[in-house]
Design a binder for this molecule. Sequence first.
Ligand SMILES: [Zn+2]
Length: 485
Amino acid sequence: MIKKGLYAILGVLVLLSAIVVIRTLQFVPQQHASSQSTLLDVVPHGPTLSQHLSEAIQFQTISHDDAKQRDDESFHRFIAWLSTTYPAVHTELSVTPLNTFTLLFKWQGKNTQAPAVLFSAHYDVVPVNPGTQSNWQHPPFAGIVENGIIWGRGALDDKSAVVALMESVTLLLSKGYQPEQDTYIALTHDEEIGSREGAQAVTEYFRQQNVALAWSLDEGSFVLDGLVPGSDKRVASINVAEKGYLTVELVAKGEGGHSSMPPQDTAVSVLAEAIVNVKNAPVPGGLNGLGEQMYSNIAKHMNFGKRMLFANTWLFKPLIESSLSTSRAGNAMLRTTTAPTMLSGSVKANVLAQTATAKINFRVHPRDTVERVIDWVTRAIDDDRVTINTIRAFTPSSIANTQSEGFNNIASVTRDVHGDVIVTPGLTIAATDSRFYSEITDAYRFNPMTLTPEYLSGFHGTNERIDEKNMVDAVSFYTRLMMHK
Ligand SMILES: [Zn+2]
């Protein structure tokens, strides 16, 4: 009897193993044929690209949190520089200024009935972190070009895309090219402080003019080289959604007075308990939808062990989820993240606080809504001595279609330009202009340049830079995509 039972268990195990192995062996990447045959011969000129990006960097088009600090003169001068550097773009396309500093170019297509497309990039930059100027190998606004590398604030984010887009249109115009469908190019001026004027005005313009868009392409992820753990191959993450945003303020009240004879609970201790409760109750997440699609696309190129896990999520999902949740990047992909960021209490060490406040910042996963997160937090705190105020919130974007012609075109042009890369849909975990574009079209988020770990730290950080080869790649990419029907 026991023996029979053992055989039965053994039989089930053999069967399970067979299923796992078969599924793993079938879990391989799709083959992709090269897409292009009738393209114009467009050859970007590297040194010109470097020179133009260097010039663009020298305008201090800085977005400050305090809008009054903006140096409008720099923005005006940058716009004037665009028109003298790219005269053909300004004469052969129509230009509509929106909210003074955002420019919307329209390139008339041959077929005005076809849905239009939008390319977008922002030319505002973040300030240099105070006290870090001297850590820069080259001054952040000098636009130094050295050994094929262009240095300065905006080199990656996002003046390189601005310059590459302008160069691409210029090159195509010089060949007498006219796009099939209306092609718009938006250059926005306030992405770094929440896109309240630029991208929002662009979106409103399309609504008012009844312009139907097939898709939009704006900044997002890059071709990631050495940045995806476990993947030797470069990963081109074409992001199709972005997270929402929520900041709540927790307020706890208490008796004030001298700290020599405190009550059992003070405003500070009540608040501290609330923060710990929120921290200990992460918003539920998991490997499904977009995250699952992304990780399985990448895993198909990995070793047998990793492929086995992702080919058999029916069995290994809990294991994968708990492993991903321990890494910061993995956790951010899987769920709404929780980050307590600001605290205040009494102004003096020996005075009890009458009010203690904390701010917690959440990045809301597309599977959640802002309301659900607030509800979750309220239940986690479960203390009516703590008031929860919403300070700033916006919902996660919709998810753009990954089966569309637009997505497929972007993917195939990426392969044409960058060669043997894994192309996958991904999720942007910060906020970009695309959160407005996604209200009216399939918004894709991708910079067609390669990003390595050594360049990554330049992002909003020190020694931001890009190499000339990347600028050439970006122009090859944009020109090819603009020529796609
Ligand atoms: Zn940016």
